[in-house]
Design a protein around this ligand. Structure first.
Ligand code: HEM
Length: 122
């Protein structure tokens, strides 16, 4: 990701605020809320905050479960991942993030699609 994304997002605090709103919307989304019925959303937000902070060039390092292992029991389809990426895009835009930075951050999640979807290969 290009330099300065972490700073432009407002560092850990700004990224945390985006992640909070992202998961509020995901858990209320008609297509995706069902996946989160039994989820510990606090843990998911913590994991996503670390993941995006690192991806944005911050000092954090994501040390959560590998993305494939974390979702091995979650029956996500490619369309679900794309829907989540669209929600993330809207959330970043609502936080006033520039188009280039929105593209860069959403690309990080979109790039993990194959690891997120249930394809039977843990
Ligand atoms: C690539 C970035 C992502 C990371 C780093 C990540 C991380 C995680 C982690 C660590 C867990 C396990 C949480 C726990 O042990 O309690 C998890 C579970 C889960 N993730 Fe993700 N996730 C990502 C993207 C997504 C996306 C795009 C979706 C789309 C809807 C998603 C949906 C879920 C769901 C439904 C669970 C299971 C919740 C449960 O029932 O416990 N994740 N994720």
């Amino acid at each position: 990701m290009s330099d300065g994304v972490y700073e432009r997002l407002g560092g850990r605090k700004g990224i945390r605020a985006v992640v909070n709103d992202f998961y509020e919307t995901l858990t209320e989304d008609d297509e995706l809320s069902g996946f989160f019925e039994d989820a510990d959303v606090g843990r998911l937000k913590d994991a996503q905050t670390e993941f995006l902070c690192e991806a944005a060039g911050g000092p954090e390092s994501y040390d959560g479960e590998a993305v494939r292992e974390a979702h091995v029991d979650v029956p996500l389809e490619p369309s679900d991942v794309r829907r989540a990426v669209a929600v993330l895009r809207e959330t970043l835009e609502s936080h006033g993030v520039s188009e280039d930075d929105v593209d860069a951050v959403t690309a990080v999640i979109a790039a993990r699609e194959r690891e997120l979807v249930a394809d039977g290969t843990p």
